[in-house]
Write a protein that binds this ligand. Structure first.
Ligand code: SF4
Length: 212
């Protein structure tokens, strides 16, 4: 959702935070979508994170400084997620992932809306090769029209097909691709259609639990 009109938003530079025992990384609050279900509409944090509304986009230097202050040993995975779309901050995303690989050897993941190629105006997937291991993409629904209604992407109706193409490119580059819908938000028949879309693409299908 847009921050426009949001009063008294508490901002902090919460760059690293922990969710389900994994290290999460907050690079930006920018996003081309305004999903009707976006968690940012009802909360400003995840678990004990503190506010995920950033004072400004995280710079590479700020990210590395946070890594150096943090004991990385307990973490099994580093996840670029946060309160925005990580591919909106492509340069810091790629450099940050390279730093993680070089210094900690941790598996990396992005949680994304799958619109990174539209956002950046080019196929960014080859650039992610070797830096991002898992790509978790919000599929949301098997239906292009419904997707458009739910996600309200500023790229309009091309977004659904662009998201599917992004997933195909990631599979082609050898990444582990997981496409997700949220439990109870679509019918079982629609879940079956999503499963078939994922099979055709070569992605795993995951139904995420509902978080309010
Ligand atoms: S893509 Fe994610 S961050 Fe962007 S509006 Fe949708 S749920 Fe929120």
């Amino acid at each position: 959702m847009s921050e426009t009109g949001k009063e008294k938003t508490k901002r902090a530079m919460t760059i690293l935070y922990e969710v389900h025992g994994n290290l999460y990384i907050n690079l930006t609050n920018k996003c081309p979508c305004a999903c009707t279900f976006c968690l940012r509409q009802t909360r400003d944090h995840m678990e004990e994170s503190g506010s995920l509304w950033l004072e400004h986009d995280t710079s590479y230097e700020e990210l590395v400084a946070e890594f150096k202050k943090t004991d990385m040993n307990p973490y099994r995975e580093a996840v670029f997620c946060g309160f925005g779309e990580p591919t909106q901050a492509l340069d810091v995303l790629l450099r940050g992932a390279a730093y993680i690989k070089e210094h900690y050897g941790l598996p990396t993941r992005i949680n994304t809306n799958g619109l990174g190629n539209l956002i950046n105006g080019e196929n960014i997937v080859p650039k992610m090769h070797g830096l991002i291991d898992t790509v978790s993409i919000s599929l949301n629904t098997p239906n292009a029209e419904e997707y458009h209604r739910l996600v309200r992407s500023r790229f309009g109706e091309q977004s659904f097909d662009a998201m599917l193409d992004f997933a195909r490119e990631c599979v082609k580059e050898g990444m582990h691709v997981v496409m997700t819908t949220v439990d109870t938000t679509i019918t079982q028949d629609e879940e079956e259609q999503c499963r078939r879309i994922c099979e055709e693409i070569g992605a795993a299908y995951r139904i995420r639990p509902w978080e309010d």
